[in-house]
Design a protein around this ligand. Structure first.
Ligand SMILES: [Zn+2]
Length: 242
């Protein structure tokens, strides 16, 4: 057997063995969530991190949701009647870019609610903020965007518009995934969402990169934006809506 085959067989064996172990671990963690009504804070943080790590978004449902969001995002980009396009985005003014973000967010929402009517109320308003103003009053660096779960509002910060269009679209999709998570219309299991809501103190103490809902939003937005240019060209060719 060639050395390379040995190497790949080794990798395959590890994956075959560790995957069922991961699912067993996830099952046990879920069981703890079900039975433990009062968890100590440190343990709730630890469980949160484990759930974020274990509940990775793969498989057919993920693929289909990513495709659905990408299709609706492209359709919003193709159909908006404004002068700002993906070709001239980099020279557009802040106001023009914000107008585009506003349009895409609402258009994405209205097309997603066709197949996910539950999320209709999860987007109430879209706001734009100055990053510099944010930095004057906060210790943390400005986020690109924010989703307010209580009010159902999406917030975009001006720093995001200084970057390229991909960054903006990534932010739009990321915040939209948070809106979908409210009714478990994304991939993240309902139990995990409920756990995060129930143990909100532990949630806020869990580092951002380990929070299950952030991991999902990052991963799905990343998948939607993957190979954006190539896919968008193909979409435009087959949908002559321009
Ligand atoms: Zn987020």
């Amino acid at each position: 057997m060639a050395l390379q085959d040995t190497f790949f067989n080794g990798i395959a064996n590890i994956l075959r063995k560790s995957r069922p172990a991961l699912w067993r671990e996830l099952y046990h963690t879920m069981h703890t969530i079900d039975t433990d009504k009062k968890l100590p804070l440190y343990y709730a943080i630890w469980l949160n991190m484990k759930l974020g790590f274990l509940a990775s978004q793969r498989g057919r449902r993920t693929k289909n949701l990513v495709k659905e969001i990408r299709r609706n995002l492209f359709s919003a980009l193709v159909n908006h009647s404004d002068q700002t396009t993906i070709e001239n985005y980099h020279i557009a003014t802040l106001e023009e870019k914000q107008k585009l973000a506003f349009y895409i967010t609402w258009r994405l929402h209205s097309s997603m609610t066709y197949s996910h009517p539950n999320i209709y109320d999860n987007l109430q308003e879209v706001f734009f903020h100055d990053s510099q103003e944010y930095e004057r009053t906060h210790k943390d660096p400005t986020p690109h965007g924010e989703y307010n779960t209580k009010k159902g509002t999406v917030h975009y910060y001006s720093k995001t518009f200084e970057m390229d269009l991909n960054e903006l679209l990534n932010t739009i999709v990321h915040e939209y995934i948070h809106a979908m998570q409210q009714n478990s219309e994304s991939i993240l299991p309902k139990k995990i969402i409920n756990f995060q809501k129930k143990h909100s103190k532990a949630y806020w103490k869990t580092p951002y990169i380990f929070r299950p809902d952030e991991i999902e939003a990052d991963r799905l937005a990343g998948l939607v934006l993957k190979n954006f240019d190539k896919n968008f060209k193909r979409y435009k060719q087959t949908n002559n809506e321009l």
